[in-house]
Design a protein around this ligand. Structure first.
Ligand SMILES: Cc1cc2nc3c(=O)[nH]c(=O)nc-3n(C[C@H](O)[C@H](O)[C@H](O)COP(=O)(O)O)c2cc1C
Length: 164
């Protein structure tokens, strides 16, 4: 059995979470960053995990385009989806906008791994937006996002016990 983790990540949280998840999966696992390489033969893998992060309500275009182009092959495999994002309550809407309907409906699990805001890594525009978000959350008392490491363990357990 082999599992492929396809991911896109702008500032690295989704990449970190993808690799941590990969360490907990009992099959042979490969991780592929679609922002660096989209050349992959999906027929070589049994299970597919897809992970992306949310910016202004959208996932990275590389993931969106890959799923649209490869939908027919992807849905021949069990699919597990995770998102990294700041607003948990919006995960359902983000998923709907991010992935083709057939992939969402076919996926066995859709889960949020939380988010991270690291001002030091961000380009100017993102830093400015994030500072505004932080100020706003101080006013409203809304909590800032944190990575949900426990959710990785939960997803790994499901994938490890999932029978094709
Ligand atoms: C400029 C900016 C816009 C963001 N927009 C959203 C958003 O619309 N919804 C949301 O839930 N999280 C949003 N986030 C939070 C990111 O999804 C979160 O920081 C995530 O951990 C990023 O993962 P990455 O490092 O893998 O790219 C935003 C973050 C930044 C910096």
């Amino acid at each position: 059995m082999s599992t492929l983790i396809l991911y896109t990540s702008t500032y690295g949280l989704t990449e970190r979470m993808a690799k941590k998840l990969g360490e907990q999966i009992e099959d042979k696992v490969e991780c592929l960053n679609l922002m660096q390489n989209r050349n992959v033969d999906l027929t070589q893998y049994d299970k597919l995990i897809i992970g992306a992060s949310i910016y202004m309500g959208q996932i990275q275009k590389e993931m969106k385009q890959f799923c649209e182009a490869n939908e027919a092959e992807m849905i021949k495999h069990p699919i597990f989806i995770f998102l990294c994002c700041g607003i948990e309550a919006n995960v359902g809407t983000y998923l709907e906008h991010a992935f083709p309907k057939a992939i969402i409906e076919h996926s066995r699990v859709r889960v949020s791994f939380g988010g991270e805001l690291d001002l030091n890594k961000m380009k100017f525009l993102h830093r400015t937006i994030t500072k505004m978000m932080i100020k706003n959350s101080e006013k409203t008392g809304q909590l800032l996002p944190n990575p949900k490491y426990e959710a990785i363990e939960g997803l790994a357990k499901i994938i490890n016990t999932d029978i094709i």
